[in-house]
Design a protein around this ligand. Sequence first.
Ligand code: 4NP
Length: 162
Amino acid sequence: MPQPTTVLFVCLGNICRSPLAEGVFLHLANQRGVAHRFEVDSCGTGGWHAGNRPDPRSIAVADKHSINLPSRARQLDASDADRFDLIIAMDASNRDNLINAGVHAGKVRLLREFDPTVDANRADRDVPDPYYGGPDGFDDVYDMVLRSCDALLDLLLGSSDR
Ligand code: 4NP
């Protein structure tokens, strides 16, 4: 049995975007019958919300699509850089924070590098922080996360496994 691929989704607070990405990725992996091939987690570069459930607006958008968000917020830990094969930042500032915290840049990707609707040369490939906006922002985040996680799974599995 090969070792599972370990994937860590990272945002700032770990209550809005990265728990949604974690839940969506797992949901898609379950739908494809390949969840056993992955270990997935999420964290924030900041620790303000450690121990908290995801933001109710993230829970609401996930519920709308019958996706469970079981995680509790936690802050990035020094061991994460070694524990995870792939560390996926929601935006460029999360990526900078990860690299400043000592995570090797080669392990860090932006989630929307995998979004098939985003031109690879586009400078802005952020999943925008929806925390201070309204619920529409969470629907937009969900759409970006869904497209990106689906394409990421294709890549990790190899297109022949679809
Ligand atoms: P997230 O959103 O990084 O997607 O979880 C945020 C949540 C909380 C804060 C900022 C962003 N905050 O400043 O408390």
